[in-house]
Ligand binder design. Structure first.
Ligand SMILES: [Zn+2]
Length: 338
């Protein structure tokens, strides 16, 4: 299959929302197609199993935080090619998402830089091993890392804070921010003294830009999302940066409340998630979407910017997440995890 054709198919299937995903796809297309087919097959088998009788599928323990969630197939497709490969092999080129927000992360973990008239704000650091990659990305985009005024950590997981100490070492003047609830773990994990403590509803102004923060328990106790007006094509888009959804064990109910709240806080024009595979792309893929890749996605209306998928798609995505999370809660209540 000529590369152009495959790229064309994938870009239609994934609506070109995830250029980094496409890059992985182009590099490792045969494996990727295999993963998608396998995952779809597993999903179909699972659905069949559930349909056969009451017991099948329902009694299974939730084996990981992403199990059954809308992004499960896409996550597998993004993650599996990099299993057993050093993080530093993920040489993702940085790219502009909006005029004022760019991606400087690696293939499997996001990091965003926001450029304001008063300096730069970095959201998440990725791993310790890839912190320099993040700073190189900032440079490649034409920005000076020493101009990073704030480094905000979305939540207390190593893939997001692991590089913070290295970045703080390179940019000692940068203030480090995280939610009150997640700071304890971040302090222990980074050895960075507790600095900017962010509470739900707080705002932060830098130059021409104001950020607003939401603390959304579910993935962690203090999972943080950042609201910003993203700019592109002469328009402004109400955007959330740094979202993570996968409910942690014991936090499924909190996760439902947080996702409901996110939806109520809408309409949102764009979600820049903390991992590319959490983005509101039209998954799980159906056989029709793969075989007839030109099939239109009814939930998607043009918004004037390729990264702004629009409130219709985003609300549909929230509803998908809510359904999956409520299903999980029902399973947990039927048979609590041991
Ligand atoms: Zn996480």
């Amino acid at each position: 299959m000529p590369r152009k054709t495959l790229r064309d198919i994938l870009s239609r299937v994934f609506h070109l929302d995830t250029p980094i995903f496409l890059e992985v796809a182009m590099k490792r297309h045969s494996l990727l197609v295999g993963v998608i087919v396998l995952t779809l097959g597993a999903t179909l088998l699972d659905a069949q199993g559930r349909g056969r009788g009451q017991g099948a599928g329902q009694g299974q323990a939730v084996n990981n935080n992403n199990s059954g969630m809308p992004w499960e197939a896409l996550r597998a497709a993004v993650m599996i090619p990099w299993e057993g490969v050093p993080f530093t092999a993920q040489k993702t080129e940085p790219f502009k998402v909006f005029d004022n927000i760019s991606y400087v992360g690696i293939e499997t973990v996001g990091s965003y830089v926001i450029n304001t008239s008063g300096g730069l704000i970095l959201i998440d650091s990725t791993y310790a091993e890839t912190a320099d990659h993040v700073l190189d990305g900032v440079r490649k985009l034409g920005f000076d890392p020493s101009n990073i005024k704030y480094m905000l950590i979305t939540h207390q997981h190593n893939d997001h804070f692991g590089g913070a100490a290295r970045i703080k070492q390179q940019v000692p003047g940068a203030r480090v921010g995280a939610s009150l609830e997640d700071w304890d773990a971040i302090e222990k994990g980074t050895m960075i003294a507790r600095d900017l403590v962010i509470k739900d509803g707080d705002t932060l102004k830098l130059g021409d830009t104001t950020l607003k923060f939401y603390v959304l328990p579910g993935h962690t106790v203090g999972n943080l999302a950042t609201e910003i007006q993203a700019r592109g094509n002469g328009k402004s888009y109400r955007t959330l940066v740094g979202l993570a959804f996968a409910p942690a064990p014991g936090m499924t109910a909190a996760s439902i409340t947080s996702t409901e709240r996110l939806e109520q806080l809408g309409p949102w024009d764009a979600l820049l998630t903390s991992h590319s595979y959490l983005a509101p792309v039209a998954i799980p893929l159906t056989a029709q979407q793969i075989l007839l890749s030109g099939a239109p996605d009814a939930t998607r209306k043009p918004t004037g910017h390729p990264a702004a998928v629009g409130p219709e798609r985003i609300n549909a995505y929230f509803d998908q997440i809510l359904k999956a999370t409520r299903d999980r809660l029902a399973r947990e209540q039927a048979r609590p995890p041991q």
